[in-house]
Design a protein around this ligand. Structure first.
Ligand code: UDP
Ligand code: MG
Length: 310
């Protein structure tokens, strides 16, 4: 008998916990026929609603249901890491609690791993139906930008819905960084990944935890975690400004020699000073971003804290 661990990060998902369970169990007969047992690990990421009570109810009826209960909200990335760490399965899959990742795809995903020898099967949505157009626009820009800046491939529309072998999971767990950007980490470890596509499914119940601002910060974190191009960009900007200043100096010098030096040009001076100081602050800001991430990394704080589990 092999074991499949199903990891479900939950933050205020009381309405979805049971629905998810029933939807997942529809694949049970398939896995039984393949001699695969299922365990479900709900990771409660500091929910303020009755998510824990809902999971307890399921656990009382079915001991294959487990809970990892965080001491507070640590974010989805931490929940994924905790789930992977707790899982014991030969195969591990992660899905959102809101049924936006259809469990019905699982048999097909499993076949790619068991029969075609892939190390992981990942999913991407091919459209962004039901999403505000402005968000889609920025998401597209983000993916094209980060793929230009980073050597690690980060797939547009990739979901965290992914089935993995134990070896793949162990590779992910060996990356113990504090600033976790899963979309990059999955690409970084390599191995053979099969991509499946599906059409976007809107959230059944409850609401999304991602505001535009949260997504923006997440995008910046992703760039900083998987690219040092902004640092190089700051240096290049510095060199460009030096060259520009040098040309300017020669121009002023020659002009003073030919026409003398009437004391004018105060407005242009103010413009130049404010422009240059703006660019300097911008570049210091970039360096600061990397420094702050390094600071958090160096502290070696735990990625999550568990209050209780069963
Ligand atoms: N989630 C989490 N911690 C958070 C935010 C979200 O564990 O701080 C979980 C959430 O419960 C859900 C999944 O991550 O199962 C995806 O969240 P959501 O559906 O809000 O994101 P979206 O699908 O809108 O990108
Ligand atoms: Mg969702």
């Amino acid at each position: 008998m092999k074991l499949l661990s199903v990891i479900v990060p939950c933050y205020n998902e009381e309405e979805n916990v049971a629905d998810f369970y029933h939807e997942l169990l529809k694949t049970e007969s398939f896995f039984k026929s393949k001699d695969v047992e299922i365990e479900i690990i709900y990771v409660n990421d500091g929910s303020k609603d009755n998510t824990v009570a809902e999971v307890k109810k399921l656990h009382e009826k079915d001991e294959r249901v487990h809970l990892v209960n965080f001491s507070r909200n640590f974010g989805k990335e931490a929940a994924i890491y905790a789930g992977l760490k707790t899982s014991k399965g030969d195969f591990v899959v992660m899905l959102d609690a809101d049924l936006q990742d259809p469990p019905a795809l699982l048999p097909e995903m499993y076949r790619y791993i068991a029969e075609e020898g892939y190390d992981s099967v990942a999913t991407r949505r091919v459209d962004r139906k039901g999403e505000p157009p402005i968000r889609s626009f920025f998401a597209r820009r983000f993916y094209s930008l980060i793929n230009k800046m980073s050597k690690t491939e980060i797939v547009d529309g990739a979901r965290d819905y992914r089935l993995m072998t134990r070896q793949f999971v162990d590779a992910i767990l060996s990356m113990e960084e504090y600033n976790r950007f899963s979309k990059g980490i999955f690409g970084w470890v390599g191995f053979n990944t099969k991509w499946l596509e599906f059409e976007n499914i809107e959230r059944k119940k409850g609401e999304t935890k991602w505001s535009f601002w949260k997504l923006f910060i997440y995008a910046l974190d992703g760039i900083i975690a998987f690219s040092t191009t902004p640092l190089a960009f700051a240096s290049i900007l510095g060199v460009l400004f030096c060259i520009l200043a040098f040309i300017f100096i020669i121009f002023i010098f020659v002009r003073a020699l030919i026409f003398g030096d009437p004391t004018s040009g105060w407005p242009s001076l103010v413009c130049i000073i404010s422009l240059v100081s703006g660019v300097q602050l911008f570049c210091i800001g970039i360096v600061g971003q990397y420094l702050s991430k390094t600071y958090l990394e160096v502290k070696k704080r735990p990625i999550y804290l568990i209050k209780d589990e069963f």
